[in-house]
Design a protein around this ligand. Sequence first.
Ligand SMILES: [Fe+2]
Length: 231
Amino acid sequence: MFWFRKKPVMVPLTMGAKDIHNHLLPGVDDGFKRAEDSLQAIGKMVENGVKEIVFTPHMNPELFVGQTEAHLREVYADFSSRIPAEWGLKTSLAAEYMCIKDFEHRASDPELLTFEDDSVLVEMSYYYRSPNFETALFELVMAGKKPIVAHPERYLYMAECLSDFDRMAEMGCRFQMNYMSLTGAYGPESLKILRYLKDRGYYHFAATDLHTNHQLDKILAINVEKDKPLF
Ligand SMILES: [Fe+2]
């Protein structure tokens, strides 16, 4: 079963007004550890034009054992109250779901942390393809969710089967690029994937996937004109 192909949208090559993928919620995954550091990064992002942040901590039961959506909601409620109101920042809580075995069975789970119109951010390992990835995306779509594939250009093993992305796009999936991928830091296969998706207009979002303040400095230093020839 296939859905209509989405109208191509060009991703911004500079930091956009909205960041839909980051690990800024402190103390819950491998991202920011201290609220102070997170607030520092958020302040810098606001200075650079960011008006909205969707927090997307990892939900990966194999790596962050015992993590629950309820706990993330509690941490978010506490942390978001510490963001200065005068920054005028809109925030919300979602998650980055690792497509582990049986993840597809959670497609209709009301606990799933989604944002806006039931968008769900889903990732795979950098090292191997989740055998149930497309099944999970399909089940999410069937459950009325809008899956977003996190940083597809980081899954280097996909460089040899690029047309599989067409199936995901036809299913109604959207794709999110990491800013850092623009630099070519992840190698030629990553750029091959990035070009394929960009040329077809599959990227709907560019995001920081931010884990540290150091990473933010690197993202802010990306030279758009210099990096453009990568495409
Ligand atoms: Fe991430």
